[in-house]
Design a binder for this molecule. Structure first.
Ligand code: NAD
Ligand code: ZN
Ligand code: ZN
Length: 362
């Protein structure tokens, strides 16, 4: 058993509490990882607030991390202590029908089919003050050590800087892959990206790498525009600067509407606006943002009848174990530069300050 620090969410809506926890050794088929760096994704904020479906408290959130294998359980063959790894909130078991289908990245061992608040054997490896603590998506990266099933860990290049590639565990891969894999953005096309957080800015990078000729970035926080432009946005607009709905503004700017639109916010009204912003015939809208559990949206089906495509994307469509190590290698070859996404670096005990920075759009 390792004693170390972890940021525990004891109850919804409360700040996280940095505590000493016990982390049990990995059982068969599991890997214990020393987490070196973690990012904060908006999904962690939804967990903290109690809006993530089926999350159980107390819980250790965090799902965007990178680290080093500390020890492995019986039968683990694909990695050994000392290997650099990223934990994966979308596993790749390699055996289910979705893993066997080249078109899908949504392993059936994912949270939506099997709640991941406990490890696959339905026990926890975390305890604190005599209480069992839940895992989050099997990864729980807000802990100095975490235990993850082998099929939810990707071994990456030993040269990868962990304080940078932690973003490949969620935000960067999600946004970049939504453009490259899910939308399959074509050269010369027009794109609109709603929301310029870590995910939306990564969509901008993906659209640029795919050769889009116009990338329109949409956010209500104009402080995000300079970085969006630096990463490849050609236009930046704030819906609050217009009297008419933003979908009408985008349609006027582009003639018929954009070829590809992306929602990376997680609000009902922007999901509908993003859908209506892509052209009525061949337009493709990719939904990345997550609505709070229990919320629903309604749309006019005419939006789809004329041919539009509405798709969702989890982790950018990457088959996680197989593709993310290659994506990390492309980063090491300088094919794109997500380092610009990093705005602040904080010591672990200031994790709540990190959430404040996220909430205030900084
Ligand atoms: P973030 O909080 O960093 O960024 C959200 C951005 O949206 C901010 O810049 C904010 O100013 C902007 N915004 C808020 N309301 C707006 C509005 N009405 N119009 C225009 N812009 C608005 O969040 P993030 O970490 O980038 O995550 C974005 C979303 O993606 C969240 O819903 C998150 O849960 C989801 N997500 C999904 C996946 C996936 O695999 N599908 C992965 C990661 C995150
Ligand atoms: Zn995330
Ligand atoms: Zn699978």
């Amino acid at each position: 058993v390792i004693r170390c620090r972890a940021a525990v969410a004891w109850a919804p809506g409360k700040p996280l509490s940095v505590e000493e926890v016990e982390v049990a050794p990995p059982k068969a088929g599991e890997v214990r990882i020393k987490i070196v760096a973690t990012g904060i994704c908006h999904t962690d904020e939804r967990v903290r607030q109690g809006y993530f479906p089926d999350a159980e408290f107390p819980i250790i959130p965090g799902h965007e991390g990178a680290g080093i294998v500390e020890s492995v359980g019986e039968g683990v063959t694909s990695m050994k202590p000392g290997d650099k790894v990223i934990p994966l909130f979308v596993p790749q078991c390699g055996k289910c029908s979705f893993c066997l289908n080249p078109e899908s990245n949504f392993c059936q061992k994912s949270h939506i089919s099997e709640p991941q608040n406990l490890l696959p054997d339905k026990t926890s490896r975390f305890s604190c003050k005599g209480k069992q603590i839940h895992h989050f998506l099997w990864v729980s990266t807000f802990a100095e050590y975490t235990v993850v099933p082998e099929y939810a860990v990707a071994k990456i290049d030993a040269a990868a800087p962990l304080d940078k590639v932690c973003l490949f565990s969620c935000g960067f891969s999600t946004g970049y892959g939504s453009a490259i894999n899910t939308a399959k953005v074509k050269p010369g096309s027009t794109c609109a990206v709603f929301g310029l957080g870590g995910v939306g800015l990564s969509v901008v990078i993906g659209c640029k790498v795919a050769g889009a000729s116009r990338i329109i970035a949409v956010d209500i926080n104009k402080d995000k525009f300079a970085k969006a432009k630096q990463l490849g946005a050609t236009d930046c607009i704030n819906p609050q600067d217009f009297k008419k709905p933003i979908q009408e503004v985008l349609t006027e700017m582009t003639g018929q509407g954009v070829d590809y639109s992306f929602e990376a916010i997680g609000k009902a009204e922007t999901m509908v606006a993003a859908l209506a912003s892509c052209n009525m015939s061949t337009g493709v809208c990719v939904m990345i943002g997550e609505l709070d559990s229990g919320s629903e949206i309604s749309i006019n089906p005419m939006l789809l009848l004329t041919g539009r495509t509405w798709k969702g994307s989890v982790l950018g469509g990457w088959k996680s174990r197989e593709c993310l190590p290659k994506l990390v290698s492309s980063y090491l070859e300088k094919k794109f530069n997500p380092d610009l996404l990093i705005t602040h670096t904080l010591p672990f005990d200031k994790v709540n300050e990190g959430f404040e920075l996220l909430d205030t759009g900084k």
